[in-house]
Design a binder for this molecule. Structure first.
Ligand code: SF4
Length: 397
């Protein structure tokens, strides 16, 4: 594979949102109601202008709705050391076809719990079976970097450990997240209601991960510990350095620090600017200043993974302490290590106080980050109708 050597400077961590079109109907994300117009979505010409990256995540919407995804991957491979695609796993043939050409690629399929829970949350008919079968096929093809991605909420928290065990038996990666609110999800009302119950399920997962022999899983345990801290609306365990060496680019070519902000924050546009112009612009600096004071305290892998690498001693110290404890007990981790969990248990903090500190805002007007043209197509049609018609036309071709 030919790598791009023309871009000078350090490699970045990038996420490419190739489309806002999605065929799922997830209960915690309204993006499917606000799709991008296919004609406006990021072109190969713009993708060619991206810098060198040590890691690239391709996401959506549902990225496999784009029939030119293979061309996108081909271009990204020239400038990226590792690519992982996040998908709902529905377009099995397209996924398998891409993976035949790029067997070294990573695939994360979002599965939100065991069969019934998953199908209820994702609103995709037969979604669990399709996702599961796709993963199985990829494994049988010899793909190494494949796995589940689960967004934990009240409804699916009891499925967390059972789903982890299934992924473990299949020798797969198991990535977790929790509910977030942002323009990207077109959502401001997401919140965990029964925090101790959800945290307890995370605690059980953390103990399983710590008992394993895989150092990668021990660090995943730390990430999940951070998720408990997050759902109790606390300050992030690690600083957030998004927009410094990490970026997101949306379907319109707008470069943003992350996908966690309330409104879309734009550093520049790669359709009209060069990467260097954009990255070194006053607008980019302005966004970086905002990031420095950001109090949303997200805990998503996109912003945490770079931070875990950068401040590596913090997770290493946490892992060492817990692996030492694991020598003497089967339960080396307790959620009550976090002061906020103890304070909540002891009645020193109320649910209402925690809710207030969260990003959930029942009165917020949600900005969906769509272009004027994408908004215009929603007049008289729903996002679901537009995307369904689009997919039907693709299948006919
Ligand atoms: S905490 Fe970081 S990832 Fe979250 S919104 Fe703020 S800058 Fe973005």
């Amino acid at each position: 594979m030919v790598k791009d050597k023309t871009t000078i400077g350090k490699k970045l961590n990038g996420t490419v949102i190739v489309t806002y079109r999605c065929n799922a109907r997830c209960s915690m994300c309204n993006r499917y109601k606000a799709p991008s117009r296919a004609e406006e979505e990021i072109s190969i010409e713009t993708i060619k202008k991206l810098p060198r990256m040590y890691f690239t995540n391709i996401t959506g919407g549902e990225p496999f709705i784009r029939t030119d995804l293979k061309d996108i991957v081909r271009e990204l491979y020239k400038k990226s050391d590792r690519i992982v695609i996040s998908t709902n796993g529905f377009f099995t043939d397209r996924i398998v076809d891409l993976c035949k050409e790029y067997p070294e690629i990573g695939i994360r399929i979002s599965i939100e719990g065991l069969e019934q829970t998953n199908n209820e949350i994702r609103g995709l008919q037969n979604g669990y079976q399709r996702g599961y079968q796709t993963l199985k096929m990829l494994r049988e093809m010899g793909m190494k970097d494949v796995g589940f991605g689960m967004t934990v909420q009240d409804k699916n928290a009891p499925d967390l450990v059972p789903l982890y065990r299934i992924s473990n038996e299949m020798g797969m990666e198991f990535a977790t997240a929790s509910l977030h609110n942002s323009f990207y999800f077109v959502e401001a009302k997401n919140i965990i209601h029964d925090r101790p119950m959800v945290a307890k399920n995370f605690e059980n997962l953390i103990n399983e991960l710590l008992r394993s022999n895989s150092p990668k899983k021990w660090f995943r345990a730390y990430f999940n510990h951070g998720l408990i801290n997050y759902i109790y609306s606390q300050k992030r365990l690690l600083p957030c350095d998004m927009s410094f060496d990490t970026f997101f680019i949306d379907p319109y070519g707008d470069v943003m620090p992350c996908n966690g902000t309330k409104d879309k924050e734009v550093m520049g546009n790669l359709n009209t600017q060069t990467w260097d112009e954009l990255w070194n612009s006053p607008e980019a600096e302005k966004v970086r200043k905002k990031v420095r004071c950001c109090d949303r305290d997200c805990w998503m892998i996109g912003s945490v993974s770079p931070a875990m690498h950068k401040y590596i001693w913090i997770p290493i110290w946490w892992v060492l302490r817990h692996k030492f404890k694991a020598l003497f007990t089967k339960h080396p981790y307790s959620m009550y290590e976090l002061k906020i969990c103890r304070d909540y248990r002891d009645g020193k903090v109320t649910k209402e106080q925690l809710d207030q500190c969260s990003t959930c805002d029942l009165n917020a007007e949600v900005n969906d980050g769509l272009s004027e043209a994408s908004k215009a197509q929603l007049k008289g049609k729903t996002g679901e109708e537009i995307v369904d018609a689009d997919i039907a036309a693709q299948i006919k071709e």
